[in-house]
Design a protein around this ligand. Structure first.
Ligand code: 5GP
Ligand code: ZN
Length: 113
């Protein structure tokens, strides 16, 4: 998708600190971390949000969640971590390319703010 920040990161037109990637998915460090560990897990294929999930191949969706599980293990987040996908303006979505925040290494409040 032209002019999509995370498509550019996925295509390596924009640099990021890549933590893990496969042909279809990428996990990279958030530029403005909200926890000691803060990664973003994305499909390399553009969809705007979870509302378009039917456009994403189910194998890629599984690959994405497997990537999240892998980085959680690799970065020793067994004590607890949070996976968040903000959807829409009221939830704070600022980049319209599906992404899952992976946050760890601190305590998190519930309910979230
Ligand atoms: P959202 O606000 O849509 O839930 O999450 C977007 C996230 O992308 C934010 O946490 C923000 O810090 C991160 N972000 C924005 N621009 C960049 C960038 O250029 N590189 C990286 N690595 N993260 C970014
Ligand atoms: Zn995109």
């Amino acid at each position: 998708m032209v002019n999509c920040l995370f498509c550019k990161i996925a295509n390596k037109e924009i640099d990021s600190k890549i933590v893990y990637e496969t042909e279809n998915v990428m996990v990279f460090k958030d530029i403005d971390p909200k926890a000691p560990v803060h990664f973003l897990a994305i499909p390399k294929f553009h969809i705007s949000s979870i509302l378009e999930i039917e456009q994403l191949d189910k194998n890629i969706l599984k690959e994405l969640f497997k990537a999240i599980a892998k980085v959680a293990k690799d970065y020793n987040l067994e004590k607890g971590f949070r996976v968040v996908t903000n959807t829409g303006r009221d939830a704070g979505q600022s980049v319209d390319h599906l992404h899952f925040h992976v946050l760890g290494k601190r305590k998190f409040n519930w309910p979230p703010g």
